[in-house]
Design a protein around this ligand. Structure first.
Ligand code: ADP
Ligand SMILES: O=P(O)(O)O[C@H]1O[C@H](CO)[C@@H](O[C@H]2O[C@H](CO)[C@@H](O)[C@H](O)[C@H]2O)[C@H](O)[C@H]1O
Length: 479
């Protein structure tokens, strides 16, 4: 990394030049540390150039926390074959801690030194996580970072922070039993739908969402693909959502864990599946009331089918095991295109969850279901994730998830009655039964299983047989 790669950096340092020291330190340490993080999107590809989009001292070393500092960094990473990705890093900086001690005491040590300071992943340090909550409580700016709160949010003192150990695409810090702060790791300009949709649902009084209390974003920072001269303009110039503090739901269990337990004992989870269907329909209704709804004409439905076909082709090119099914699966998308061409072609679209599966649902101690993580599929560009879509997309996601739970534990027959129960629960609230739209359901289920094949091939190759077996079944039913 040469100094010239830092020219876009609007460094915000309290009284000293932050960037050159950071520049010298970050390059070698990020090359080692970044690819090992679960949330790093470009695994397996060589890392090219880094460039700093923004650097902010949230707590200057030698300030309120004595020698300890808290640095906020947005760094662009170039890799061959990908548009640049922008990652959010929160770094602890300490002059005395040797990096080996950081590694044992605080988990992931990023490395060091930076200007004589050891750098480490700050969410793991309770002092720094607490400092971040303190900053979130107060609306206003620190350099390019803008902090906002909901008007009625309460911030009780003394909430002990801990990093969530859940398998996740980002990093979350739980404060006491009161709040959970999700720090988005790969970020792009534009409102993150997780914030946008949970705020809309909370404002509408929905009981199916963990209400946001505060959030922060980067303003006027050009990062990721938006920084490319010929890069996509969508979202460019909009604030970049960086973190959302939401109500924590203590004592809740996620739907995936509950479903797996039921599969293991060949149990009857149908009442829960139906309640989940009803909760999903309630969320769809609330989103349709709060945010725009539109009707796609035949040409738009055909474009949607063409995009699904393209995703299938791209996936077949990347994942050889998908190829044997590709031509039979195409007929699911051809049927959708035909539906668009016909008189029944109009399809209603609205904002939806976008990546609904059992792991995105929490059942509280009161037995009520809440939906979380409205980010959409992490691999899709932000602009696409914010686009209205047919609600059947979420239904298809949940149907796939019941299938995943069953096949993960080798109990395939568990899936069908639970998929049915979900649709029955959904229909009771929505007034329309997804099973009455077989062409839409089949197209969206196929599209989701194709997405899953690519997701598993990239992240969990041992799980690839699960979506592959679904593609084999969908290929037969579509033929
Ligand atoms: N409001 C909440 N209350 C309790 N636990 C939560 C809450 N939100 C998220 N979690 C837990 O954190 C995990 C990860 O959250 P999620 O939003 O899916 O993160 P990611 O987008 O990084 O995958 C969830 O599976 C759940 O276990
Ligand atoms: O939860 P994320 O937003 O990170 O979503 C991604 O990871 C999910 C897995 O953690 C993945 O979901 C797939 O596996 C689930 C079981 O682990 C299963 O319930 C889902 O149906 C299946 O799609 C999701 O696709 C991906 O976007």
């Amino acid at each position: 990394m040469s100094d010239s790669s830092w020219t876009r950096a609007p460094a915000v340092a309290a009284g000293r030049d932050l960037v050159p020291g950071l520049l010298r330190s970050l390059d070698p340490l990020l090359r080692g540390w970044l690819p090992r993080q679960r949330w790093f999107a470009g695994k397996g590809l060589p890392i090219g150039r880094f460039s700093l989009a923004a650097a902010t001292e949230l707590v200057p070393p030698g300030g309120a926390l004595g020698p300890l500092g808290l640095l906020h960094v947005l760094v662009d990473v170039e890799q061959p074959g990908r548009a640049p990705d922008c990652y959010q890093l929160l770094l602890g900086a300490h002059p005395l801690l040797p990096s080996a001690l950081v590694r044992t005491a605080l988990g992931p040590a990023v490395g060091g030194p930076y200007d004589g300071l050891t750098l480490y992943d700050a969410p793991h340090d309770p002092r720094l996580a607490a400092a971040l909550l303190e900053r979130l409580r107060l609306p206003g700016r620190t350099g390019p970072l803008r902090f906002s709160t909901e008007p009625n949010a309460q911030f009780p003192p003394g909430l002990t922070p801990r990093v969530s150990t859940a398998e996740q695409s980002n990093t979350s810090v739980v404060y006491g039993d009161t709040y959970i702060l999700k720090l988005f790791r790969r970020v792009s300009p534009g409102a993150n739908p997780d914030l946008e949709l949970s705020r809309a649902l909370a404002r509408a009084g929905s009981r199916r969402v963990a209400e946001p209390a505060a959030w922060f974003e980067a303003v006027d920072v050009v990062c990721g693909a938006a920084g490319q001269e010929d890069g996509p303009a969508e979202g460019a110039g909009e604030p970049t959502t960086l973190g959302v503090l939401q109500r924590f739901l203590p004592g809740s269990t996620d739907g995936w864990a509950l479903a797996l337990a039921s599969v293991a004992e060949d149990g009857d989870f149908r009442a829960e599946a139906a309640a989940l269907g009803a909760a999903t329909a309630e969320v769809h209704q609330a989103l349709a009331e709060a945010l725009p709804v539109a009707s796609l004409d035949g040409a738009a439905v055909q474009r949607m089918a063409a995009a699904m076909t393209r995703r299938l082709e791209d996936t077949a090119a990347e994942v050889p095991a998908v190829r044997p099914y590709a031509s039979a699966l195409r007929s699911a998308f051809d049927d959708l295109a035909e539906l668009g061409a016909g008189r029944a072609g109009r399809v209603t679209v609205q904002r939806v969850h976008g990546d609904l599966h059992l792991g995105q649902t929490l059942r509280g101690p009161d037995g009520e279901w809440v939906l979380i993580d409205f980010e959409g599929e992490p691999a899709r560009p932000l602009a696409e994730r914010r686009r209205p879509a047919p609600p059947v997309q979420d239904v298809a996601g949940m149907l796939r998830s019941f299938d995943y739970a069953a096949h993960h534990s080798g109990n395939g027959p568990w899936a069908a009655p639970h998929r049915d129960a979900f649709c029955t629960g959904y229909a009771a609230v929505a007034g329309t039964d997804p099973r009455e739209h077989p062409v839409l359901i089949r197209a969206f289920e196929t599209d989701k299983a194709v997405y899953e094949a690519r997701y598993e091939a990239r992240h969990r190759p041992a799980w690839l047989p699960i979506p592959l077996s679904a593609l084999a079944r969908l290929a037969t039913s579509a033929g």
